[in-house]
Design a protein around this ligand. Structure first.
Ligand code: FMN
Length: 308
């Protein structure tokens, strides 16, 4: 039977299971724990024009049904990403599996970096992902998820600057997220990549101190899944772009729930901290389910719950 390929705008993936940015490293870190060929794609850890040290430690802590994280887009910056990281990525992932996630403060940061990535690696990667989602930085990223005009300006500027497919990762954790999604659609994105990560806090009752160095951080993991499913459902009804959904997906049943709500693909994030092979196992299990149902792809299931 054919493997379940998916089409997301101009982006064609071998299957609908993606490794989410920041939780899948650059692929090669997981190579000895999992079968990387089973990933539909890996969104690499977000890169910014200049190196960033990130937020003060502690940056990750466990909470009920999830984790708080406050990384603050730590990364070695464009030059080291090009010279040291990309050569290793190209050795362990195929062209159609590589999505470069780009962050920045200003629109120009994203445009220049996307242009540079395309010039240098355009024929060897599948797509660009704009990180317009991260609530852990004071400028850029999450800011674009709050403001439809800013989101549209960002997406249009990048769209006009590059030929590669452009995925836009945005945070649905704001009351106007449908408006923001529509602005992203009109500005020419190929697909929406959603995350819904409300901010949370943990206090160590013994020391009476905040656990995260930054005090607060977005909640990831199963705790947010029901919210993510609802947001996906609403987006499916209001936006025509394909949706890649992330938020608390650990098993094929979780992925299927998002697909029935309207997702055309799913991103697996922090589940990989517990089981580094969570995404490849999920892909295998989802494939087995499709076989049992006599389906060649997830397409007939996308948004199917809306018909009931
Ligand atoms: C430690 C950590 C680092 C992350 N870093 C990034 C990042 O660099 N870029 C990005 O777009 N998302 C980042 N994310 C968000 C994830 O890609 C994902 O959208 C989020 O964790 C929700 O999915 P989950 O509930 O499956 O973990 C990060 C999440 C965690 C937990």
């Amino acid at each position: 039977m054919k493997r379940p390929e998916v089409q997301l705008g101009r982006l064609r993936l071998r299957n609908p299971v993606l490794g989410a940015s920041g939780c899948t490293g650059h692929g090669y870190e997981l190579a000895s724990y999992t079968d990387l060929s089973r990933y539909g794609a890996v969104s690499l850890k977000t890169v910014t024009p200049l190196p960033r040290v990130g937020n003060p430690p502690q940056r990750v802590c466990e909470v009920p049904s999830g984790v708080l994280n406050s990384i603050g887009l730590q990364n070695p910056g464009r030059d080291a990403f090009f010279a040291q990281i990309m050569p290793r990525v190209l050795e362990c992932l195929d062209r159609d599996q590589i999505i470069v996630s780009v962050g920045g403060d200003k629109v120009e940061d994203y445009v220049e970096l996307c242009r540079a990535v395309e010039e240098r690696f355009g024929t060897r990667i599948a797509a660009l992902e704009l990180n317009a989602a991260c609530p852990n930085v004071s400028h850029g990223a999450g800011f674009y998820s709050r403001d439809p005009e800013a989101a549209a300006a960002l997406v249009a500027a990048v769209r006009n600057a590059v030929d590669l497919p452009v995925l836009v990762k945005f945070n649905t954790n704001f009351p106007n997220y449908l408006e923001v999604a529509q602005a992203i659609e009109q500005a020419g994105a190929d697909a929406l990549y959603t995350t819904n990560t409300p901010l949370g806090m943990k206090i160590d009752w013994r020391t009476r101190q905040l656990v995260l160095g930054n005090g607060r951080g977005p909640i990831c993991g199963p705790a947010i899944r029901p919210i993510g499913v609802l947001r996906t459902w609403e987006l499916y009804e209001h936006v025509n772009l394909p949706i890649i959904a992330s938020g608390g997906i650990c098993t094929w049943e979780d992925a299927l729930e998002y697909i029935l709500a309207g997702a055309s693909a799913v991103g697996i994030g922090s589940a990989q901290f517990v089981y580094p092979d969570a995404a490849s196992r999920l892909e295998q299990d989802l494939d087995a389910y499709l076989h049992r149902e006599g389906l060649e792809s997830i397409q007939p299931l996308v948004g199917a719950a809306h018909k009931s």
